[in-house]
Design a protein around this ligand. Structure first.
Ligand code: NAD
Length: 512
């Protein structure tokens, strides 16, 4: 959680921090424990000048970092992972305090983060290797190659719900591809972000400052990073902010990668293992207080399994409580959104089979399962980002697929079916699908991650994640000249053109 203060110590909204800085006061970002409001850390808010300095240092460091070979960068990244592993207790405790999630969940987030650092480090050479391309018959006197080059400095703007795992999908892959990074963590988890970046330099004292640096602040600091001249901006956060990021980056034609929210569906088909589906739905919707971009928000269950599924889901959640099984809501304003969605669902005829009006006891929210929610209600249409889920009965898998796809988002999805999982998955308009498990794709480092529609575009993780932070450089080298066949020259003759026309007629003119 966060609040901002001016030098006079007044608490204020995050957006006021930069205003204070403009007025010449030193704006402070104070991060707090969402469970009890105690102060975790205080940072000075970075304005455009500080952001520009950080980017300039990163640009200097880029000469050193991109000058290392893949093996050199791999060594540094694996040392970083080792340092994070050796200091796991300290880092997970800091994550628990700033974000509110239980220690084991914080540890699991670190585990996934380490796996991605390792994957990026170990695979960068093979994914980004220089490769030759066939020059084709007309250019057969040429050798053609594609070489992947680093972009330079990548700006990364992250959210608070997984303060390590989500931004790391851009950070580790950018570094492995030879870029340096300026990272603006969420204003709600600035200390976790700072710890993560400093760990890289503690593990690699020979690296010049600026290989991985942080800047601190809320939206205005993020906007300054968008306008700072970085070579790419990788954003993870909400869809409305994603649109603002694109607008700011358009001023300098800075390319963007945008990972936004979702309204993910889980489909329970006729041949599903009901108890496995209920277990997955419960955890997928409620863990991390439901503050998971790829969390389960909507469930479509076929009529024949509805009663058994709803009963099994209620059983799964019987002893699950906020403050015990999972933490508080990280950001106070999120509690209001969750409450509004529940009330809107009720006013549209939904029934709660788990939870009720006493489920919201800020900063905690207990699980809420809403059945027969109107498809037009906010609880079905908008991202709730809380430990709630809607369950709707459908007559067929076809109807489930149609409703699952009837959203402006398209991040991820889940399918429970013993025999038709792949077939159903292929029909879903989403960046990822987990079959007979929940969030399976998020644990496999080689799988690209990202969405369609309002969920954003571009991919982190896997080979696509490395390619996203590099640029192809195409090189065509003439090995020898073919006498009389100079096509791109004023010396081209009529005889050359006659030969070319015959070749082209033979090559392209015969398809029936
Ligand atoms: P948010 O959009 O409020 O903020 C995200 C980041 O953007 C923060 O660092 C914030 O300071 C910064 N920011 C805000 N306004 C800005 C501006 N005008 N210019 C530049 N930067 C600006 O999102 P949040 O509340 O931190 O995170 C929750 C959202 O993130 C949810 O919608 C969730 O689904 C999404 N999310 C998506 C993924 C994914 O991989 N697709 C992962 C995690 C979270």
């Amino acid at each position: 959680m966060t609040r901002t203060t001016t030098s006079a110590g007044q608490a204020g909204e995050a957006g006021r921090a930069a205003e204070s800085a403009r007025a010449g006061e030193s704006a402070q970002l104070v991060s707090t424990d969402p469970a009890d409001g105690s102060v975790v850390a205080t940072f000075s808010v970075d304005g455009p000048a500080e952001v520009a300095d950080a980017v300039a240092r990163a640009r200097e460091a880029a000469a050193w970092w991109s000058g290392l070979d893949f093996a050199g960068r791999q060594r540094c990244l694996l040392r970083w992972a080792a340092h994070l592993t050796q200091h796991a207790d300290e880092l997970t405790e800091l994550t628990r305090r700033e974000n509110g999630k239980p220690l084991d969940d914080a540890y699991l987030e670190l585990v996934l983060t380490l796996e991605h650092i390792r994957w990026a480090a170990k695979n960068a050479r093979s994914v980004l290797r220089s490769r030759s391309v066939s020059p084709g018959p007309l250019m057969s006197n040429f050798a053609a190659r594609v070489e992947q080059r680093p972009l330079g400095v990548v700006g990364v703007i992250g959210p608070w719900n997984y303060p390590l795992y989500t931004p790391n999908g851009s950070i580790a892959y950018s570094l492995a591809a030879g870029n340096t990074v300026v990272f603006k963590p969420s204003e709600h988890t600035p200390a976790v972000g700072r710890y993560f970046a400093e760990a890289f330099h503690k593990a690699n004292p020979e690296a010049p400052q600026g290989v991985l640096a942080t800047v601190q602040g809320a939206g205005e600091t993020g906007a300054a990073l968008c306008r700072s001249g970085v070579d790419k901006l990788a954003f993870t956060g909400s869809s409305p902010t994603g649109k603002k990021i694109m607008a700011s980056c358009s001023e300098t034609l800075t390319p963007v990668l945008v990972e936004c929210g979702g309204k993910d569906a889980l489909i329970v088909a006729d041949d599903a293992d009901v108890s496995a589906a209920a277990e997955a739905a419960a955890w997928g919707a409620v863990s991390n207080s439901g503050q998971t971009c790829v969390g389960v928000e909507r469930i479509y269950v076929v009529r024949s399994l509805r009663e058994r599924f709803v009963e099994a889901l209620a059983r799964e959640l019987r002893d699950v409580r906020a403050g015990d099984s999972y933490g508080p809501m990280t950001v106070p304003s999120q509690v209001d959104i969750v409450r509004e969605h529940i009330e809107d669902a009720w006013s549209h005829g939904a029934k709660a089979v788990v939870g009720g009006s006493d489920s919201v006891r800020a900063p905690f929210v207990d699980p809420v399962v809403l059945v027969d929610t109107d498809e037009d209600s906010a609880a079905v249409r908008e991202e709730t980002f809380g430990p709630t889920m809607t369950v709707r009965t459908v007559d067929s898998v076809d109807e489930a697929v149609e409703l699952a796809n009837a959203t402006s988002y398209g991040l991820a999805s889940t399918v429970f079916s013993r025999n038709r999982g792949m077939e159903i998955a292929r029909r879903l308009r989403a960046g990822a699908t987990s079959i007979n498990s929940v969030l399976g794709f998020a644990g496999i480092a080689g799988l690209p991650f990202g969405g369609v529609g309002e969920s954003g575009f571009g991919r982190i993780h896997g080979s696509e994640g490395l390619l996203a932070f590099s640029r192809p450089h195409s090189i065509a080298r003439q090995r020898f000249a073919v006498p009389g066949m100079a096509l791109m020259s004023f010396r081209r003759s009529a005889a050359t053109m006659r030969i070319i026309k015959r070749v082209i007629a033979f090559r392209h003119g015969r398809a029936k």
